[in-house]
Design a protein. Structure first.
Length: 673
């Protein structure tokens, strides 16, 4: 039986039978016919129950013997993920393999494999290791006594979590095992690669993420599979790295939403890392200064071992958090509030005079979120999405950040011809311009998705910050976590209020994490720690989230949030799934979801009425969703497994009614709804 890639809505989600000229080991890669196409597949079970007589089966076209068979643990992990996230085994298995592997024939793979051979050299003992703090030493002592299981490493920013990862990895390597480290974002991989490479000279270190070239990704994956890569560092896709000698798994910044895949098979790499650790009987370190509430609750219940690093390395103090009430500023009728409150501007000027750096955080790129006509009310909406097109001043374009539709800025209002159309709101591009005007002579830098599109641009801009060539850095969440800026002593959140009252129940958790992580960029050098400050400009200074932030009190924040979620029946106290439907019209999507909601369900399952998604139309496609919840994870999983075949049958039984239904998918444990 062979796993091949088919999308969920195709109703071909199981394993397929093929004829083999010889017995093939499970995990062997093959090329097989599927309809009129030739596709790559994975032998899943050499002796599965046949679904058709042998004479009706098509033969396997090619066996990719050059590639070692995927290990049993990898297939168990994929099988579990497919069952839990309600996807086809083939869809998930093939989607996490390198694209080049699915495209090349046996001869080409053999050539690539020959070039992927790397020397397996034993590294000498690391020299010049930094001394451990008492908390780091205690955490490592506990880790040494835990041969397996999930561990929450709750450490404040700058407390040395990475050093704990490095020491734990060294123990795994010394035992002849491999170490896997996951990071939430690609831009965090270069600096971690550098630290691991410096600590483990002579060891083979590879990375796995989407910015690698197809050839690089295939080479690194083959090195991991062959057991030649001692250390694998990557983003969420790396949780499926085939390691024959797994000894340690680390999930850095485990709270980060980037660990949840949002397209195709919507898996959580963090949760799969925990399952993989249990499967392979190895420790899994979940590190964060602001753990996800799900992880925190599991630690509270004793299901995860919790280790705490409460102080910064070198004894430096955490930055003082200063909340500035924007209501205190004098207001003139019709005038906008200043971009920086006068005390904040003065504090930044003091840093510049001392040769220190400041970071201004605004989690919105572009110049302005929308262009507006004051005469007729026209706004720069996207014709293909239910969203505004963002004004980018540098290239004078209006750009939709959902579908990518881009046009030049019109000379006048398209509706009434008024030439006086103006930007509303502020993005990082505008903030950079305003700061340059406020602080003449200061060296201003900006890091966001727009300034780092070109390969190498991010590394160049970060290098300039580290070299002290930037006085004030303007950036989005890209620079708010993981970076060790030694000269930075002030961080300011310019306008975080929008997330304080968002409808998404996870918004407070995400905002608290972002602000606390951003604060952690200030005063990381112990010599400058006393001058480390985090400023927050807000119109709502009495908000309880900000009160907890001022005290750096994650425990109080988590306790309050968990009590609120328990009272409201929200995760982690209930378990959720979303049925998402995309169609040519909202009516067709809603009809399908209404019919799905009418299918029978036990009392343990609650379904809510279909509603549009937060951005209801993207690229001309209407999107709606149906929320399902249960207090029992097992009950939800059991019901979903029986519900999916009914959904396939539902569409097949009335093709005319759902002719405009483009696709549907189930999202288990969604991040928001």
């Amino acid at each position: 039986m062979v796993a091949v890639e088919t999308p969920q809505h195709s109703a071909v989600g199981g394993l397929l039978d093929y004829l083999a000229a010889r017995r093939l080991a499970p995990g062997t890669l093959v090329r097989v016919p599927l309809g009129r196409r030739m596709v790559t597949g994975v032998v899943w079970d050499a002796d599965g129950p046949g679904q058709a007589p042998a004479q009706a089966l098509r033969p396997i076209a090619q066996v990719l013997d050059a590639v070692p068979a995927l290990p049993p643990g990898w297939r168990e992990l994929v099988g579990f993920a497919a069952r839990y996230y309600q996807r086809g085994i083939g869809e998930l298995a093939l989607s996490v393999l390198p694209p080049e592997l699915r495209r090349l024939d046996a001869a080409a793979i053999t050539r690539r494999l020959a070039r992927s051979v790397a020397p397996s050299t034993a590294a000498g003992p690391a020299s010049g290791l930094p001394p451990l703090t008492g908390e780091q030493a205690a955490a490592l002592a506990v880790l040494q006594g835990l041969p397996a299981g999930p561990v929450l490493l709750h450490g404040v920013t700058g407390s040395g979590k990475t050093e704990v990862y490095l020491r734990a990895a060294a123990e795994a390597l010394d035992a002849g095992r491999q170490a896997l480290m996951l990071v939430p974002e690609i831009n965090l991989t270069p600096q971690l690669e550098a630290r691991f490479a410096a600590r483990f000279p002579g060891r083979v270190l590879v990375s796995l993420h989407s910015r690698l070239t197809p050839a690089q990704r295939l080479r690194h994956w083959l090195l991991a599979l062959a057991g030649r890569a001692d250390l694998v560092l990557g983003t969420r896709m790396a949780v499926f790295a085939p390691l024959p000698r797994t000894g340690l798994i680390v999930v850095d910044e485990e709270h980060d939403a980037s660990y949840k895949q949002q397209e195709g098979a919507r898996y959580s790499a963090r949760d799969l890392a925990v399952y993989r650790g249990r499967l392979e009987r190895v420790p899994v370190i979940l590190g964060s200064a602001t753990p996800s509430l799900e992880t925190w609750q599991r630690a509270e219940e004793g299901r995860y071992t919790r280790l705490t690093l409460a102080t910064r390395v070198g004894g430096g103090a955490l930055p003082a958090v200063r909340v500035f009430d924007m209501n205190r500023l004098p207001r003139t009728r019709g005038a906008q509030a200043p971009v920086l409150a006068p005390p904040l501007q003065a504090a930044i000027e003091e840093r510049i005079a001392r040769g220190e750096q400041s970071l201004l955080l605004l989690n919105r790129r572009g110049y302005a979120p929308v262009l507006h006509c004051g005469a007729c009310g026209w706004k720069s909406g996207c014709p293909h999405c239910s969203a505004w097109r963002v004004f980018h001043k540098a290239d004078r374009t209006l750009r939709c950040h959902h579908c990518g539709f881009t046009e030049r800025v019109p000379r006048a209002c398209p509706d009434c011809g008024n030439p006086d159309i103006a930007p509303l709101g502020r993005g990082t591009e505008k903030l950079e311009e305003q700061i340059a005007a406020l602080l003449p002579g200061a060296r201003i830098g900006r890091i966001d998705a727009d300034t780092t599109r070109v390969k190498g641009a991010l590394q160049a801009r970060l290098a300039a910050v580290h070299a002290g060539e930037v006085d004030v850095l303007v950036g989005t969440q890209m620079v708010a976590k993981g970076h060790d800026f030694r000269r930075m002593t002030l961080v300011a959140a310019v306008n975080p209020d929008g997330a304080l009252f968002a409808s998404d129940f996870r918004a407070p958790e995400r905002l608290f994490a972002l602000l606390m992580q951003a604060a952690g960029r200030a005063g990381r050098d112990a010599a400058q720690a006393a001058s480390g400050e985090m400023w927050i400009q807000t119109w709502h200074p009495s908000h309880p989230l900000l009160a907890a932030l001022v005290r750096h009190d994650f425990v109080a924040f988590a306790t309050e949030q968990l009590a609120e979620r328990r009272a409201l029946g929200l995760p982690p106290f209930v378990h959720l799934a979303l049925l998402r439907a995309e169609a040519k019209s909202a009516a067709i999507a809603k009809a399908f979801l209404d019919a799905a909601a009418a299918l029978p369900a036990p009392p343990a399952i609650t379904r809510y009425a279909p509603v549009p998604t937060s951005v209801a139309r993207v690229a001309g496609v209407e999107r709606m969703q149906l929320l399902v919840e249960s207090a029992s994870r097992a009950a939800l999983q059991q019901w979903l497994a029986g519900w999916l075949p009914q959904l396939h049958a539902l569409r097949a039984a009335d093709k005319a009614a759902y002719k405009g239904l483009l696709r549907w998918a189930v999202d288990v444990d969604p991040l928001g709804f």
